[in-house]
Design a protein around this ligand. Structure first.
Ligand SMILES: Nc1nc2c(ncn2[C@@H]2O[C@H](COP(=O)(O)OP(=O)(O)OP(=O)(O)O)[C@@H](O)[C@H]2O)c(=O)[nH]1
Ligand SMILES: [Mg+2]
Length: 298
């Protein structure tokens, strides 16, 4: 029997836990079952109590106190400890039936999605046929407010792409907190950010601001090269190279999420269901129920 899950990831503060909470509330309102797994060993507050919490196994606080590690090193250590104690996940997940959507709320440390090779091992374990065999998709959140600074927007998009390539599961890229931008930006202007391309660098408001303020924009060039510093050419060339790389792979298309809007949460849930083929498994059962009822009427 298949299991169904979504792994909610993205930079710190992108709105992952808030989205998880809205998704759980939405599922409950639509008489669907959610199983909430907190995998952030530093998380403190929850709108919905997790059904499985990594903090019952290890917390960043434990590691920092007992081993004198910093928060980021401590978090990586917690994940390595989890990878050595995967029965902590199996015990609770193994018995779940296909009716549940398993929601994994991930931490925001970007290292996890770029170069530390833990997440691919965890995803492989969760999706292993014959074992947990979870039909899993990734939902990568990036704050919509990042679009006002193209360098941040493209850096966030690059890490989304890195997660897509690294995890090799069906993947959604989501611009979160749309309620924060929808009044400041017309819908048609925002459309440009759904598919990132280099034309977005032509009118970067942050660039214009930096030039006006004459702020040294160029942290990458040789301090002796004053022209480069002032024009920000190296910084701009770097952004153009990142944007061209993203455009050439054309892997990233964003969906928009406003957690305060039920329809917006439903729309994202429909994409998730499609990616994990949730409805395929439900149909036969619903059909069976209908047939059963018809037989009952004969
Ligand atoms: N306006 C608005 N604020 C939001 C939204 N989603 C999250 N926030 C706020 O953004 C902040 C971070 O939200 P979280 O859901 O904790 O973000 P996170 O990605 O889980 O953060 P970490 O777990 O620390 O990586 C909180 O103050 C939220 O209230 C949203 O859709 N709209
Ligand atoms: Mg969180």
């Amino acid at each position: 029997m298949s299991k169904y899950g979504v792994m909610v990831m993205g930079p710190a503060g992108a709105g992952k836990s808030t989205f998880c909470a809205s998704l759980i509330t939405h599922l409950q309102l639509n008489r669907r079952s959610a199983f909430y797994v907190n995998l952030d060993p530093a998380a403190e507050h929850f709108e919905h109590q997790p059904d499985l919490d990594i903090k019952d196994l290890i917390t960043v606080e434990d590691v920092m106190d007992e081993m004198g590690m910093g928060p980021n090193g401590g978090l990586i250590y917690c994940f390595e400890f989890l990878m050595e104690n995967l029965d902590f996940l199996t015990e609770k997940l193994d018995s779940l039936t296909e009716e549940y959507l398993i929601i994994f709320d991930m931490p925001g440390q970007i290292e996890l999605y770029t170069h530390v090779p833990i997440l691919p091992r965890l995803v492989k374990f969760l999706t292993q046929p014959g074992a947990l065999d979870i039909r899993l998709c990734a939902a990568y959140l990036l704050e919509a407010t990042f679009v006002v600074d193209r360098a941040k927007y493209f850096a966030g998009t690059l890490s989304a792409m890195s997660a897509m390539i690294m995890l090799e599961v069906p993947h959604l890229n989501i611009l979160s907190k749309m309620d924060l931008v929808k009044d400041q930006m017309r819908k048609k202007d925002f459309k440009r950010f759904i598919t990132p391309d280099t034309t977005l660098l032509e009118d970067d408001p942050a660039d214009i601001l930096r030039k006006k303020a004459g702020i040294q924009v160029d942290v990458h060039s040789d301090p002796k090269d004053k022209d480069a510093l002032m024009s920000g050419s190296t910084f701009k060339r770097l952004n153009t190279a990142v944007a061209s790389l993203i455009e050439s792979f054309s892997m990233v298309n964003y969906l928009k999420l406003d957690c305060t809007d039920e329809d917006s949460v439903q729309a994202i849930l429909s994409y998730i269901d499609d990616l994990i083929q949730y409805h395929e498994a439900q149909e036969p059962r619903e059909l069976q129920d209908e047939e059963f009822e018809e037989e009952g009427e004969m």
